[in-house]
Design a protein around this ligand. Structure first.
Ligand SMILES: [Zn+2]
Length: 327
C-alpha cells in the first residue's frame, strides 16, 4: 500500500465511538498542506510535527462545531469527551470576555490574545488527550498497527513523518479531506438528529459561515403582520427596524425558511438566541403560517418561498422540527 492508501484505510476503518481520530487526521493533513519544502537537498528525511501544532487545529474544529451548532461528538451527552468540554470552557471564557453569545469563527475571534490564559490551558489539555488517547491508537486498525505512517514514541511531544509522505498528503488533500469529512459526518449522524450535518461540518473549511441577510423576507412578513408586532413579547415594534428571528433556532436548522421566520424586537431576539421555543410559540407559528399563506395566495404571490411555506404547512414541518430539536 502507498502512504495515501494507508492513510485512507485508517480513516475508513475508524470506529464510530468518537470523533477524535478524525480531528487528528484532519489536523495532520492541514499541517501537510501548510508544509513548505525548505530545499530538495534537505538532509532530514523526516519532518517533525509537534503535538502542540496539531492540538491548536483540533481545538479550533471543536470550538467552531460547538459554538455554532452545539454538535455532540460522542454517544454520551452527559459526559462529553475532554476535547469538547475543553472547547466549551474556552467558549464560555470568550463569551464572558467579549460580552456576546453570537457565534464567531475562530480566526475572527482572536481567541489566542483575547483569552490568552484560557487558550494556553486549553491547548495543554488537548495535547494531553492527544498523547494518551489518539496519537498511537490512530494507527491501530482491527488490533494491528498500520506500519510506516508516522513515528511516534509514547508520550513524546512530536511525531515524525517522512517528507515524501507529507508531500503526498499535501498533493492529495482534496480527496483526503473529503474522506475525513465524510467519515466524521457519518459519526455525527449517530449522536445528532439535527439536519444538514455535512454542511455544518464543512464550516471549518470555510472562512465565513454564510448567514445571508434575512431582509428579503420582510415584505412577506409584513403581509400578515403590517403593524410589526414582536413575536416574542407581542408588543408593537416602534422606533427600530424589526429584526427577523428564527423561531426554531438557526443553530439547529442551519437554514432560513419563511415558515420559521418572524418579526421581533432586536433585544427580544438576541436575548433568546438558540433557546428551544415552548409549545405555545409553536402553536402560534403554525397558525401564523396558515394565515400568512392564505394572504399571500390571495395576493397572487406564488414564488419559491411561498411554495415552501405551503409545503411546510402540509407536511407539518414546524412541529416535526420542534420535536426533533428537543433531542
Ligand atoms: Zn419583543
Amino acid at each position: 500500500m502507498t502512504f495515501i492508501e494507508k492513510w485512507l484505510h485508517i480513516i475508513r476503518s475508524c470506529s464510530f465511538d468518537n470523533t477524535y481520530k478524525m480531528a487528528w487526521a484532519k489536523a495532520i493533513t492541514e499541517i501537510a498542506v501548510e508544509y513548505e519544502e525548505q530545499s530538495k537537498m534537505e538532509a532530514s528525511r523526516h519532518v517533525e510535527v509537534q503535538l502542540r501544532e496539531i492540538a491548536k487545529k483540533v481545538l479550533r474544529y471543536y470550538f467552531e462545531q460547538t459554538m455554532f451548532f452545539n454538535l455532540q461528538q460522542s454517544s454520551n451527552p452527559v459526559k462529553p469527551p475532554v476535547m469538547v468540554s475543553t472547547s466549551k470552557t474556552l467558549i464560555a471564557a470568550y463569551q464572558a470576555q467579549s460580552g456576546t453569545m453570537k457565534p464567531i469563527k475562530w480566526f475572527r475571534s482572536k481567541i489566542e490574545s483575547v483569552c490568552s490564559k484560557e487558550y494556553e490551558k486549553a491547548v495543554r489539555e488537548i495535547v494531553r488527550a492527544l498523547k494518551t488517547d489518539v496519537s498511537y491508537r490512530f494507527l491501530r486498525v482491527e488490533g494491528k498497527e498500520v506500519e510506516g505512517v508516522y513515528k511516534y514514541e509514547q508520550k513524546a511531544d512530536s511525531l515524525f513523518i517522512q517528507k515524501e509522505n507529507l508531500l503526498a498528503l499535501k498533493q492529495n488533500r482534496l480527496v483526503v479531506v473529503d474522506a475525513i469529512n465524510y467519515r466524521w459526518t457519518q459519526m455525527l449522524e449517530n449522536f445528532n438528529h439535527s439536519p444538514r450535518l455535512s454542511k455544518k461540518l464543512r464550516i471549518i473549511d470555510d472562512d465565513e459561515v454564510s448567514r445571508r441577510s434575512l431582509g428579503k423576507f420582510a415584505s412577506y412578513l409584513f403581509v400578515e403582520n403590517p403593524d410589526s408586532h414582536c413575536f416574542i413579547c407581542n408588543l408593537k415594534i416602534e422606533d427600530e427596524t424589526p429584526s427577523i428571528d428564527h423561531v426554531i433556532p438557526w443553530s439547529y436548522l442551519y437554514s432560513d425558511d419563511l415558515w420559521n421566520l418572524v418579526f421581533a424586537h432586536q433585544s427580544c431576539n438576541s436575548s433568546k438566541s438558540n433557546v428551544v421555543p415552548n409549545e405555545m410559540m409553536i402553536q402560534r407559528l403554525e397558525e401564523r403560517n396558515k394565515t400568512l399563506f392564505q394572504l399571500l395566495e390571495e395576493l397572487g404571490k406564488l414564488d419559491k418561498h411561498v411554495s415552501e411555506l405551503e409545503f411546510a404547512i402540509d407536511s407539518n414541518l414546524v412541529r416535526k422540527f420542534w420535536i426533533a430539536c428537543q433531542g
